[in-house]
Design a protein around this ligand. Structure first.
Ligand SMILES: Nc1ncnc2c1ncn2[C@@H]1O[C@H](COP(=O)(O)OP(=O)(O)OP(=O)(O)O)[C@@H](O)[C@H]1O
Length: 586
């Protein structure tokens, strides 16, 4: 009966008659019928993407998930008692993060309030996340506002999350399986979800802007330092290079038109004034005049460190190539792979250095494949070489233009080092790629490595970072797991947190062994904590010389995780931060 009334009301709306529905809802109903060809009498179940598709969606949204995590947790703490579920969808509508009451897991899954549910309007019909993606505005879709009969018990409120370029990046949604009938019961939900979305945008902007000036803005001095309303990122000349949605609205450039504008054209303020707006001045004194005669309060945050040469300066050109497959979104690796790609087609001899198991040999092979030449690849284990063996290995015809990989060259016996130097001089067509776990320059200075050989091998050096400093550790874990069990073996959240928090002194060698054991031990398709072997005890202090900031950055500034990766406790991390003057972003 109710279903029939619902269908009849949709028909009236399609005929252009007013039925008292919110205009956002009636516009979405029209799209469902006229654009997507949907039938309101059908009660399609929730659409859940496959495990493999979900992994891809999560990988794409990795940064936003990290920025949103603590905001989602906070929001869930506030609304869990009222039985709300908190969802983060990506810009396509797929739920990539989720907090809900485990006691209702089956009901939540059945209703699509779960990880992997696809809430795009084209598939799910009128729903909060879907309508929010289409309109770019917050919306409540309450009970029979939903288009499909399958969802008319739900009440969902969603707000968009924009990235710092003004593009819609995600949607934050809070939903109830059962709710009171007046739609106004969700007004508070709307306030909470829009405020949380604003904070996630702020966290995301701060995470991306450590090397730039950030100007945070608030209409009231009381909230300026604790919960500002808007923020812009500025380059050294005062041009806007990032902004939150609220800043876009404030300056009338929400769709990206704000990018590139100078701050002195927007406010009575130049880049030279920013130091006066830093936290050491009383909040009330940090007033900024607006061109329309109004005023705002400003909090300027200085760049945290000078631009490092290791920062990403460009993107890999060869999408999908063998080099591109070696890393996820780790900025140090991306920069290194960009250099590797440019060097691959040259004859420059390269040293690939880094701790054991960071992927040096793998990189050497990818460089060989990317060279574009159809020559053979000769790999020599240096520890096993004698002068005679070297001569034998490099004598057969066809080796003249080959790629020669010298693996762990620091282990090459001293007498073989001089012979290799002479052999290389006789074979100028060989492309030499050398892997080393030590600093070869230091080995030369210490007298342990033949200087003439060093200068023949080290045209350029590419230093691979250890796993504990990689921001794409989660990506690597998924990649190695997929290779072990292509058919949807996955990690429980606790197992994933454990793996991404380890120090990994054996790097990929160690991670591969741990996943081998876990895949063998786990029952069913989910690897859980008890399936993981404990970290290998080597007595090594893996991170003594690591920059604290690098490890913290790799851990998304999560101190507990950084403490585990560094093998110290949390208070030691905080003490070291104070001593080094390292300040967390935001
Ligand atoms: N990007 C990657 N993705 C997945 N697996 C990788 C990647 N890089 C390396 N591996 C795997 O990790 C293991 C260690 O890699 P590799 O042998 O290249 O390291 P290495 O630094 O040369 O080690 P060592 O210093 O001990 O010689 C290998 O099994 C390799 O296949």
């Amino acid at each position: 009966m109710i279903a029939r009334q619902h269908v009849e009301e949709i028909e009236r709306v399609l005929d252009g008659r007013a039925t008292g529905r919110d205009c956002q809802v009636s516009a979405s109903w029209k799209r469902c019928v006229e654009l997507y060809g949907m039938d309101p009498t059908r009660a399609d179940p929730a659409h859940i993407v496959t495990e493999a598709e979900l992994r891809d969606h999560r990988m794409q949204a990795e940064r936003m998930i990290a920025s949103a995590r603590s905001g989602l947790q906070n929001l869930f703490r506030q609304v869990a008692r009222q039985n709300y579920t908190v969802l983060l969808t990506d810009a396509k509508g797929v739920c990539v993060d989720f907090f809900g009451d485990r006691d209702f897991e089956d009901d939540l899954r059945g209703s699509g309030l779960f990880m992997g549910a696809d809430w795009s309007e084209q598939l799910a019909g009128t729903c909060a996340a879907g309508a929010c993606i289409v309109t770019g505005e917050p919306v409540t879709i309450h009970q029979d506002d939903h288009f499909g009969n399958a969802h008319t018990a739900l009440s969902c409120t969603a707000a968009p999350i924009y990235d710092s370029m003004g593009q819609l990046a995600a949607v934050l949604d809070i939903s109830l399986l059962q709710s009171p009938s007046p739609k106004s019961s969700q007004n508070l939900a709307m306030s909470l979800v829009t405020a949380s979305a604003r904070r996630v945008e702020m966290a995301n902007l701060m995470a991306q802007s450590r090397r730039e000036w950030v100007l945070r803005l608030s209409a009231s001095p009381e909230f300026l330092d604790v919960d500002p309303e808007a923020a812009v990122t500025l380059d050294g000349s005062g041009r806007v290079i990032g902004f939150t949605r609220a800043a876009g609205k404030l300056f009338g450039g929400a769709d990206g038109a704000l990018l590139g504008q100078r701050i002195d054209s927007l406010l009575d303020l130049s880049v030279e004034d920013l130091p006066d707006l830093m936290r050491d001045r009383p909040t009330e004194d940090r007033v900024i005049n607006m061109p329309d005669g109004g005023a705002l309060f400003g909090h300027a945050i200085a760049p945290q460190a000078p631009k490092s040469p290791r920062e990403v300066t460009g993107r890999l050109r060869m999408r999908g190539g063998p080099l591109d497959a070696l890393a996820g979104s780790d900025p140090v690796m991306q920069r290194l792979l960009l250099q590797a790609e440019r060097l691959a087609t040259t004859a420059v001899p390269l040293v690939l250095s880094g701790e054991t198991g960071v992927g040096k040999l793998r990189l050497a092979r990818a460089l060989h494949v990317s060279s574009g030449k159809d020559h053979s690849l000769i790999t020599l284990e240096c520890a096993a070489q004698t002068p005679d063996r070297l001569i034998d290995a490099l004598s057969p015809p066809g080796t003249a233009g080959a790629t020669l990989v010298l693996r762990r060259v620091e282990e090459l016996p001293r007498d073989a080092q001089a012979v290799l130097t002479a052999l290389l001089d006789e074979r100028p067509g060989l492309r030499v790629l050398t892997t080393s776990c030590v600093d070869l320059g230091q080995a030369v200075r210490d007298g342990g490595f033949h200087k003439p050989l060093f200068y023949r091998l080290s045209g350029a050096t590419l230093v691979l970072p250890p796993l504990r400093k990689r921001q794409d550790l989660g990506w690597l874990v998924d990649r190695l797991l997929r290779r072990r069990a292509p058919d949807d073996l996955r990690l429980s959240p606790a197992a994933r947190a454990d793996l991404t928090g380890r120090a990994w002194p054996g790097n990929l060698h160690e991670l591969e062994r741990v996943l081998d054991v876990a895949a063998a031990l786990c029952d069913g398709r989910v690897i859980d904590l008890p399936d993981l072997p404990p970290p290998a005890e080597t007595g090594a202090e893996p991170s003594g010389e690591d920059s604290l900031e690098e490890v913290l950055e790799a851990c998304g500034w999560n101190m507990a995780r950084a403490a585990r990766r560094l093998g110290v406790n949390r208070s030691t991390v905080m003490r070291r931060m104070r001593r080094a003057g390292v300040i967390p972003p935001g």
